[in-house]
Design a protein around this ligand. Structure first.
Ligand code: IPM
Ligand code: MN
Length: 358
């Protein structure tokens, strides 16, 4: 029986709605297994700017340091997206949080769910069986380099050190050892110096993992291969911005961006968030898919060493998908369930309802 303190940063748009469902499922887990989870809710993103002028108030950051893990909904608001001159932006809060907590590895699993094959615009035969794991570097590269304006130009510097590349590469190699033993480094080494350093470092590390086969792809080709033949991928290792772009693309294989969870880890802290954004058009409508958030909570349980609990949450999600208890991104609106209904059904399964073999 575990006692864990979880900081909940629900954020903006649909963030609060999907977070509420993840918390509901976690409460079901704690009820069933006797764990004590305490939830510490804190503002972050546009809502924090409204309230305090700061997208990541000190108190929120403090709560994250004190927590055993962080659950994050989504941040962002069109008010800032459409205003390039805005000095304070919700995204700054997220980037500062990642950097302050040293969350250098963002892990994003992408699987083609059998029952959802028809929902992907890609042909079934191409995507059936696809199962890959992204390791996206999260605290370096062009996101964090010096940026600025000089007269009529603007610049964003991209920098990587050997240390930054090696530490995430080791995690990716270890993950590949526990999967199908294949690692693909995605870069643009034909053009970028940082990419050439990534290749160099990965080539140096690779002999320590003789059971992992490494291959190298340029990012433009990787973007095409993901759609053409996604089954070739096992672990994909890449830098910050390429990982951001390719993982959104890969979500098309899963059938909806609303299904994909992620874990961001460092030496000490760990944060769990869906890969989707704040989907402002759906805010307050109770239509957003909570599954990415719930699966992020499952990754958190796994991080706590609660494998059985994590598996149960995943099986419960599978039951919801099998029974088509899903939101309108996965079914025609007349057949769709609400965010709350999907969350409540998954929590019900966790408590022992409707899951075969329990
Ligand atoms: C993500 C998001 C963020 C990113 C934004 C909101 C800054 O797109 O987590 O993928 O680009 O990292
Ligand atoms: Mn993104």
């Amino acid at each position: 029986v575990l006692n864990k303190r979880i900081a909940v940063l629900a954020g903006d748009g649909i963030g609060p709605e999907v977070c509420q469902e993840a918390v509901r499922v976690l409460k079901a887990v704690s009820e069933k297994f006797g764990h004590e989870f305490t939830f510490d809710r804190q503002p972050m993103g546009a809502c924090a700017i409204e309230a305090t002028g700061d997208p990541l108030p000190d108190q929120t950051l403090e709560a994250c340091y004190l927590a055993d893990a962080i659950l994050l909904g989504a941040i962002g608001d069109p008010k800032y997206d459409n205003n390039p001159a805005a000095k304070v932006r919700p995204e700054q809060g997220l980037l500062k949080l990642r950097k302050s907590l040293g969350l250098y590895a963002n892990i994003r699993p992408v699987t083609a769910y059998e029952v959802l094959l028809p929902y992907s615009p890609l042909k079934d035969a191409r995507i059936a069986g696809a199962d890959m794991l992204f390791f996206r570097e999260l605290t370096g590269g062009i996101y964090f380099g010096e940026k600025g304006r000089i007269a009529d130009s603007a610049y964003d510097h991209c920098t990587y050190s050997r240390f930054e590349i090696a530490r995430i590469a080791h995690l990716a190699f270890k993950a590949a050892q526990n999967r199908r033993g294949k690692l693909t480094l995605v870069d643009k080494a034909n053009v970028l110096e940082t990419s050439r350093l990534w290749r160099e470092v990965v080539q140096e590390i690779s002999p320590s993992y003789p059971d992992v086969a490494v291959d190298y792809l340029f990012v433009d080709n990787a973007a095409m291969q993901l759609i053409l033949n996604p089954k070739q991928f096992d672990v994909i290792l890449t830098e910050n911005m390429f990982g951001d772009i390719l993982s959104d693309e890969a979500s098309v294989i899963a059938g909806s961006l609303g299904l994909l969870p992620s874990a961001s880890v460092g030496e000490t802290a760990a944060l769990f968030e869906p890969i989707h954004g704040s989907y402002p058009q759906a805010k307050g409508k109770n239509i957003a898919n909570p599954i990415a958030m719930i699966l992020s909570a499952a990754m958190m349980l796994e991080h706590f060493g609660l494998q059985q609990e994590a598996d149960l949450v995943r099986r419960s999600v599978q039951v919801a998908l099998d029974k088509k208890i899903v939101t309108q991104d996965l079914t025609p609106p007349t057949l769709a369930y609400s965010t709350e209904q999907v969350g409540a059904f998954i929590a019900y399964c966790v408590l022992g309802g409707a899951v075969e073999g329990l």
